[in-house]
Ligand binder design. Structure first.
Ligand code: MV4
Length: 518
């Protein structure tokens, strides 16, 4: 069983909040940290947080964070055993994984074979069909030509989704309502795919109307052990960018939840995956779920899962890369309470979410019970124009969704960022939306609801007070039940046992618990 190697020093090939999140896991594990930085990031927070930092080039990512040779060179020069890619940049680049392997550096992520299978959407679909994971009804192979495409679309039935095999995350995808429309856009869509991915293979799926995006966090080690860490609801998106994520999802019940978890394990096992990862599903109005794709990386929204399970996903990912067997069995993983995450972007919501880089002249981060801030910036620090404008994530945990929403509103009100515009006011608007509060969300929520309709002001109606009183009574009852359940879980060997029990009894200060364990 001692078939593993503990890392002494890890290179973090990323920037911003995720570089810091990874460095925190390393420090907790007694691993030395090395970061890299571009010209624009000379004074960045991730550089200050790490034990060592190396300059790797000009500000554009193509000249720094994306240059494989430079990253490998720093890893060798500084004596790192492993590289953590974070998300974005080189995280899903198999050339980078190969370069690491050739230089005896462990890539903290999946093997190249599973990346190859899951990176191509038609190949992944084929593998899932063989493994009997439910996929959206549609084609197994790419279309041959327009006539083939029209014939297949007719069989499947309009509306259809015309998707690029090499796409993913909403890129290279088109909703098509009729045969006439398909004829018009066929060549255009293929051209776009060729331009974006250098690959114009396309396939057809039945379009799921008003779907929910629900994804399952999984972990599988190099010994074939696999667990899931339940789901995240990610339907609140704007132009395929997630805005708010939560766990659990309001869209599914426990029966579907467990079926989805099992399907997700089946999916990653079929690809011989060996890291932490995420299996994306679409869920329709009847709670049918369909496999979409696997994200072969640590995701931005992993903290919501950490909050409801109490498991440090980054530590788990590093241990898997070291070759250790999973520290948890499926029955050890409990989904407790409710977590929400708001992504804080340096964007101006009043100017069509235009990026708002520049000097942060003042910053006060929220805190208190159940609040976690994964931030990549500091007061008097600069937000460069060159990279993703996400500057921080605000995550809250509470015993149920209603409490979590209230806690998130409180935390957003405490959050002060001066000098640049952020999406904080936009989140406050979403949290006041009735459909959001009721859990009535689908993927067109933001365009349809929040950006168009004015939102009610806080506490304006007397009727609402009466309704709230009734709700409060019912909620109290539900809350007491939850605390009893919670303590039973603590007594039965969950990962929360050591750190969670006392604080959870006193108003659930899970943010504080988290800090001690990270
Ligand atoms: C779909 C779909 C409807 N039917 N596939 C967008 C992200 C990418 N991973 C897949 N996406 C979709 N695929 C079929 N067959 C609708 C979407 C979709 C969507 C999905 C999740 C969250 C937001 C979305 C926004 C528009 C479209």
């Amino acid at each position: 069983m001692a078939d593993y190697k503990e890392f002494k020093k890890v290179l973090i090939a990323n920037r911003g909040e995720i570089a810091i999140r990874i460095a925190r896991a390393c420090k907790k594990m007694g691993i030395e940290t090395v970061t890299v930085y571009s010209e624009a990031d000379r004074n960045a927070l991730h550089v200050r947080y790490a034990d060592e930092a190396y300059f790797i080039g000009a500000s554009p990512a193509a000249e720094s964070y994306l240059v494989i040779d430079k990253i490998v060179e720093v890893a060798l020069k500084s004596g790192c055993d492993a590289v953590h890619p974070g998300y974005g940049f080189l995280a899903e680049n198999s050339e980078f994984v190969k370069a690491c392997e050739e230089n005896n550096i462990t890539f903290i992520g999946p093997n190249t074979e599973s990346m190859y299978i899951l990176g191509d959407k038609t190949r992944a679909r084929q593998r899932m069909i063989e493994a009997q994971v439910p996929v959206v009804p549609g084609m197994k192979d790419p279309v041959k030509d327009l006539d083939d495409a029209l014939a297949r679309a007719k069989e499947i039935g309009y509306p259809i989704m015309f998707k690029a095999s090499a796409g993913g995350g909403g890129k290279g995808m088109r909703l098509i309502a009729s045969e006439e429309e398909f004829k018009d856009v066929y060549d255009l869509a293929k051209g776009e795919a060729l331009n974006a991915f250098g690959d114009d293979r396309m396939y057809i799926e039945k379009a799921i109307v008003n779907p929910r995006h629900v994804e399952v966090q999984i972990a599988r080690d190099k010994h074939g052990n696999a667990i899931h860490l339940y789901e995240r609801e990610c339907s609140i998106q704007r132009r395929h960018q997630k805005v708010i994520e939560e766990s659990p999802s309001m869209a599914i019940n426990d029966e579907v939840r467990h079926k989805m978890g099992d399907a997700a394990i089946k999916a990653v096992t079929a690809a011989n995956y060996d890291s932490v990862g995420t299996v994306e599903f679409l869920v329709d109005k009847d709670m049918n779920f369909y496999f979409l794709e696997v994200n072969t990386r640590l995701q931005v929204e992993h903290p919501v899962t950490e909050m409801v399970t109490g498991i440090d996903i980054v530590k788990m990912q590093i241990e898997i890369a070291e070759g250790k067997p999973l520290a948890y069995k499926q029955e050890d993983v409990k989904q407790i309470g409710h977590a929400l995450e708001c992504r804080i972007y340096a964007e101006d919501p009043d100017k069509n979410f235009m990026p708002s880089p520049g000097l942060i002249t003042g910053l006060r981060l929220p805190g208190g019970p159940g609040v976690r801030v994964d931030s990549g910036v500091y007061s008097r620090g600069e937000v460069p124009i060159y990279y993703d404008p996400m500057v921080a994530k605000l995550i809250v945990w509470d015993v149920d969704r209603q409490n979590a929403i209230a806690r998130m509103k409180r935390a957003l009100n405490e959050y002060v960022v001066k000098g640049i515009k952020t999406t904080i006011p936009f989140h406050q608007k979403v949290l006041r939306n009735k459909d959001f509060i009721d859990g009535n969300i689908s993927t067109d929520f933001i365009d349809k609801e929040v950006l168009v309709k004015p939102q009610p002001r806080e506490g304006s109606l007397e009727v609402a007070i009466a309704a709230a009183a009734i709700k409060e009574f019912l909620r109290e009852k539900e809350l007491k039940k939850k605390l009893v359940e919670f303590n039973e879980t603590c007594a039965s060997g969950s990962p929360w046992k050591e750190s969670g029990r006392r604080s959870a009894m006193f108003g659930a200060s899970f943010g504080d618990i988290y800090k001690y364990s990270t």
